[in-house]
Design a protein around this ligand. Sequence first.
Ligand code: AMP
Ligand code: ZN
Length: 458
Amino acid sequence: MTLHLHDTLRGKKIAFEPLKEGEVTMYLCGPTVYNYAHIGNARPAVVFDLLARLLRRTYKLTFARNITDVDDKINQASIDTGKPIEEITARFIKAYNDDMGMLGVSLPDIEPRATQHIVEMVEIISTLIEKEFAYEADGHVLFDVTANSDYGALSKRDIREMIAGARVEVAPYKRSPHDFVLWKPSTPELPGWDSPWGRGRPGWHIECSAMAKKHLGMTVDIHAGGQDLVFPHHENEMAQSTCAHDGVPFARYWVHNGFLSLDSTKMSKSLGNVLLVHDMVKTIPGELIRLALLGAHYRQPLDWSDAALEGARNMLDRLYGAVRGIEVSAAERQSVAVPATVIAALEDDINSPKALAEMFTQARQLNKSTDEQERHALAAGLLAGGDLLGIMQIDPEDWFSDPGSSDLSNDEIDAMLIQRKDARENRDFATADKIRDQLATQGVTIEDGPSGARWRRS
Ligand code: AMP
Ligand code: ZN
């Protein structure tokens, strides 16, 4: 495999080499679970799912995507709705995984939750204090950015200039305006844990440092996320981890996706122009949304519009149209080689638009060919390419009759899954299997995973 990735720290595309031969670790900053994910949030989930699929062809990949389940926004959602925090986070973790599943995003190998890693966070914070990279003030613990000479390297900022130009009002307990919170005090109504600095809760950045270390080790091969996370989140993660680990690199490759806008305007809740994946998948086939997200190179900005969706629909029409009527068994599809040109494009810094163009070249060749054997081989290759890209997952006839739809609503399917869970708990496997079959006839597939069952329309 000759994978090249653009590394944000070095500012260029470089050949990828994992720390351990044959094995790769990847960490993606996941959602803060207090509401539904919007289509912008889905971009990193889909892009890095594709990277994970590509890596798994060659390496033993361990992919962690965390859940931020302690955060001021979650606390606020609990106050606003009067619902307990655990209820809110459980609901939106499930919704996130279901919605991303609809876009063909597989569950990561590990889905660590911040609230289950407080001990590890306290440990890193204590080490940082001991090594004099952090200080305690007023119930808070802060990271001292001036103690870390590399601070700013990832986001290409000069810390001295930042301090000189700081316009932010400085909290009285901070030595320098850019020092960031590792630990903060909690009031009795807010979530909190006992610590050497009193009852409190962690800052956001330390969560990822602790979860990455616990599950993937001191150095991760690939650390991924959206561009907005480069500063301050990733800069701070890198500072904490390298300082706590005496300079051992935190991530070998930093990979960031560009931002998604809506009809040329930044997608933001305050502007009211947010498209929730949860709503979109009710009427739009998931793989169409996935293809529209992969239609632009992941580092480029992506403007979401009806035209982008229409473009994706045309692409799927062309791909499904090419393979329509050619019988390729599931076994053949799995064993046949993905076209080398598609692989080469993806290995070149996940160039998904180029990979799709190569799929169309293959489709055109198929359409032109009159040799049945050749047509069959090209169709099998296209379907294998579709599996790698996470598209062309339904029968072409179904695509052309009623793409991706089922008569059941999401809520009805959820209810059937609960009935199936109850049946299984009562060891009534006949009923459980019947529910699975009923869903299957409606084009809904159940997947049993570590965090319970989830479903996807197939
Ligand atoms: P959040 O829940 O806001 O922390 O975001 C989860 C992920 O979505 C992060 O990796 C963000 O960088 C990414 N993200 C948020 N908004 C957008 C957007 N409009 N376009 C692309 N990625 C985004
Ligand atoms: Zn993170």
